[in-house]
Design a protein around this ligand. Structure first.
Ligand code: FES
Ligand code: FES
Length: 163
């Protein structure tokens, strides 16, 4: 198959780019378009590090082909700065010390953003389940869950040692 020019919208900007048929969306975003805020972790759909919102839904961009994004909308973590809720949620992450390393945080923030928009009444268990596809291998999820609950207007709980 030949290279193909695709048009898509990334963080509210229309973009046109030539992609190779076997390039992943992650490669197109990072290598083709310079969106280095989208992180590469496992490359095989396990860690959630490469999460972006695709037409508003979280996806592992390492598992999609770039050509599949033609005509669609992609939001990276930088794109959340244009949205009041995205800014507010990131502020809660900072306040609660939930912004951990640069690898897991972008994907976790995007998944959390989707979770709070989908369900304002999400329980801690709901949030934990919703974040199951975003792995952190070095710290824990307590501050992350506290930050999301704080964003949802609840007081934080420091009673849990871990998830
Ligand atoms: S890099 Fe995509 S899920 Fe790990
Ligand atoms: S993988 Fe990011 S803090 Fe552990």
């Amino acid at each position: 198959m030949a290279d193909q020019r695709i048009s898509l919208t990334i963080n509210q900007r229309d973009v046109s780019v030539v992609v190779e048929p076997n390039e992943t969306l992650l490669q197109v975003l990072r290598d083709g378009l310079g969106h280095m805020d989208v992180k590469y972790g496992c490359g095989e759909g396990v860690c959630g590090t490469c999460t972006v919102l695709f037409d508003g839904e979280p996806v592992n961009s390492c598992l999609m082909l770039g050509v599949q994004a033609s005509g669609h909308t992609v939001t990276t973590v930088r794109g959340l700065i244009d949205d009041p809720e995205g800014r507010a949620l990131q502020a809660r992450f900072l306040e609660e010390g939930a912004a951990q390393c640069g690898y897991c945080t972008p994907g976790i923030v995007l998944t959390a953003y989707h979770l709070v928009r989908e369900n304002r009444r999400a329980t801690r268990e709901d949030l934990r389940a919703g974040l199951a596809g975003n792995l952190c291998r070095c710290t824990g999820y307590v501050n992350i869950l506290d930050a999301i609950e704080s964003h949802l207007g609840r007081s934080r709980s420091h009673t849990e040692a871990s998830v």
